[in-house]
Write a protein that binds this ligand. Structure first.
Ligand code: SF4
Length: 135
């Protein structure tokens, strides 16, 4: 199900509904090894597990992130959906830092598992060729 925001197009529901977004994200955490929880930490165990799964050097696997996954969508329209979804319940006169928040987390949309996703994370379904940045 999708909801409209853009002229002639619609935004994925997860960009507009935080409970759907978290449900889908938690599914990716639980079933597909989405993580690490805090990408700013060393996360040695997380990366060694991924390296073992891929049978590849840890440094190679550390380069396989959502930010360069083919399912990671950062097109202008999708970014409008993500920021619009954050802003939709705010008053027009309220201070808003949604664009800064999206930029700080380097958010995009995971088209495979359908949630807003941080570029520094990864999952077991990573595919080379991303991100998708053109509408
Ligand atoms: S499919 Fe790609 S964008 Fe989605 S969570 Fe996995 S690595 Fe990230």
């Amino acid at each position: 199900m999708k909801t409209g925001l853009l002229t002639g197009k619609s935004c994925p529901i997860a960009t507009q509904d935080i409970s759907v977004n978290l449900k889908n994200r938690n599914h990716a955490f639980k079933e597909y090894g989405y993580g690490p929880p805090n990408p700013d930490e060393t996360n040695t165990v997380f990366w060694v597990r991924k390296a073992t799964m891929y049978n590849a050097p840890t440094n190679t696997v550390k380069g396989m992130r959502c930010g360069n996954c083919a399912a990671f969508i950062q097109t202008p329209k999708m970014m409008e959906c993500i920021v619009g979804g954050l802003e939709k319940d705010e008053n027009k006169d309220e201070l808003s830092y949604d664009e800064e928040f999206v930029a700080a987390a380097n958010l995009g949309y995971c088209d495979l598992f359908q949630f807003t996703c941080a570029a520094d994370r990864t999952c077991d379904a990573w595919k080379s060729g991303g991100p998708i940045t053109k509408d």
